[in-house]
Design a protein around this ligand. Structure first.
Ligand SMILES: [Mg+2]
Ligand SMILES: [Zn+2]
Length: 466
């Protein structure tokens, strides 16, 4: 049986689990050629169940990251029997439903079995379901009719005096980061010149403004991602959003990796990192699936892309944690956004690379948690997508073949469309580590994450019998 030397077995993952809160998170990154684990895990798992409210909360999202995409990326990066050292080392795993609502007269709304990233991120951000395209607002009779604003986890933590961060690899105004700290009826209303679907939200109409404006009006302490073009737009009052952010809210603007490295505290004001005009560049160059016999082949490997001076997600995550860490605690949402966007383009390499990046961000969070065990880490997706691992090149509308870390060929298919691909409606994986992390186990709904992220009323865990 061929095994890749980077394989991390379940035994390695268990060793990591036992190290959490104690020795070092790097113990989670063990290599072994022994498959499986020995011995009963009950005691190790019981030790990981902690009922105190977390001081710090780190939520890591892979947009479009479902079990099928995780498996494809794992096969490629570490082999079928391997384990990701971050994502797969978290002790608690559950399944999470992600359905949403459709517009209607209410008060009951029809179910949307397939959701986009706006209602899903609104679900964990606010604890309530809403309709496609909507950002932390309730449902309504039509897409262009605003719903009720719902307060978000980030806003509550901010109100509570904690530091808050919101980082992504897409535009910072895209739906997932938008839902953490803005409220608007249509996700398209990203900048002040993009308000066609949200006329009543314009500042000149007495509204809260575009997503770009609301994110800085909320004075999120660390905001980082792509989206410079939205911030270069003129506000209704005249200056660009960027000027407004600097002049009205004291934001310091970062443009590249060197700027990111140079900032070491929030003492001089909040930080707005805009590292690309639009979305940031994925780790790997695209390999786009095509009609059978498809793209790639049994010896095809993904190629690293040139990302110029853009930082990667784990570097942004590490810096965000460094800036936010304080005695009162912090909340950070970090998103690997381009998994979904590359899946929409039937690009298997782009999606795999950004899932690997998510895993590296999880490793950064675990290393921090090892020194700060009162930190809750939750890692999940927002909705399922259409990447399928299939038996052969004739098993889908668009297919691509890669050589995995096992040395064997893996074919993936995208079959929701003839070109490109769309979201699907299956439940997805949610995983956690740290205080109250056990609340993600079993089958939960996306909206259940809301209270776990805020910290639930602690229960009493029975002590050992005398
Ligand atoms: Mg997203
Ligand atoms: Zn999508």
């Amino acid at each position: 049986m061929r095994r890749n030397k980077r394989v991390i077995t379940a035994a390695g993952a268990l060793a990591g689990l036992m190290a959490v809160g104690g020795v070092a998170a790097s113990a989670a990154i063990q290599t072994s050629t022994e498959p499986g684990f020995t011995g009963d895990r009950s005691a190790a798992l019981a030790k990981e169940i902690k009922s105190a409210k977390p001081r710090n909360v780190i939520l890591i999202i892979g947009d479009g990251m479902d079990d099928s995409m995780i498996t494809a990326a794992r096969n490629y990066e570490v082999g079928a029997g391997g384990r990701f050292p971050g994502l797969d080392a978290l002790p608690f795993t559950g399944a999470m439903t992600t359905y949403g609502l459709k517009v209607g007269p209410g008060p009951d709304y029809p179910i949307a079995y397939v959701s986009d990233s706006a209602p899903t991120a609104s679900g964990w951000s606010t604890g309530k379901k809403t309709v496609d395209g909507r950002i932390s607002q309730g449902p309504s009779v039509a897409a262009n009719v605003p719903g009720e604003d719902y307060e978000t986890v980030l806003e509550r933590y901010k109100r509570d005096g904690r530091l808050v961060g919101n980082i992504t690899t897409s535009e910072i105004t895209d739906a997932t980061p938008a839902a953490a700290a803005s409220h608007i009826n249509a996700r398209a209303c990203q900048g002040p010149l993009d308000m066609a679907s949200c006329p009543s939200a314009r500042k000149s109409a007495g509204g809260k403004g575009s997503i770009a404006e609301q994110l800085v009006d909320n004075e999120v302490d660390v905001l980082m991602g792509g989206g410079l073009n939205r911030y270069s737009q003129a506000t209704d009052a005249g200056p660009t959003v960027l000027d407004y952010a600097q002049q009205q809210h004291g934001y310091r603007v970062l443009e590249d990796k060197a700027d990111l490295e140079a900032v070491t505290s929030l003492d001089d004001g909040p930080v707005l990192g805009l590292f690309a005009g639009g979305n940031m560049t994925p780790m790997y160059k695209p390999l786009v699936a095509t009609a059978p016999p498809g793209a790639g082949g049994p010896t095809t490997k993904c190629q690293e892309a040139d990302r110029g001076n853009q930082p990667d997600l784990s570097t942004m995550t590490e810096k965000a944690i460094e800036l936010l860490d304080n005695p009162k605690g912090f909340f950070l949402q970090a998103e690997s956004a381009m998994i979904d966007k590359q899946e929409h383009g039937s690009d298997i390499c782009g999606a795999i690379g950004d899932l690997r990046e998510l895993d590296e961000a999880v490793q950064v969070a675990l290393a921090f948690q090892a020194k700060n065990p009162d930190t809750l880490i939750i890692v999940t997706g927002d909705h399922a997508h259409s990447t399928q691992i299939v038996g052969g090149v004739s098993d889908g509308k668009q297919v691509a073949t890669l050589q995995t870390a096992d040395g064997d060929p893996m074919t993936v298919a995208y079959s929701t469309s003839d070109t490109g691909s769309d979201h699907t409606g299956a439940q997805i994986r949610v995983a956690a580590s740290g205080p109250q992390g056990a609340n993600v186990t079993g089958v939960i709904d996306q909206t259940d994450l809301f209270r776990t992220l805020l910290g639930r009323t602690p229960s009493r865990i029975p002590g050992p019998r005398p």
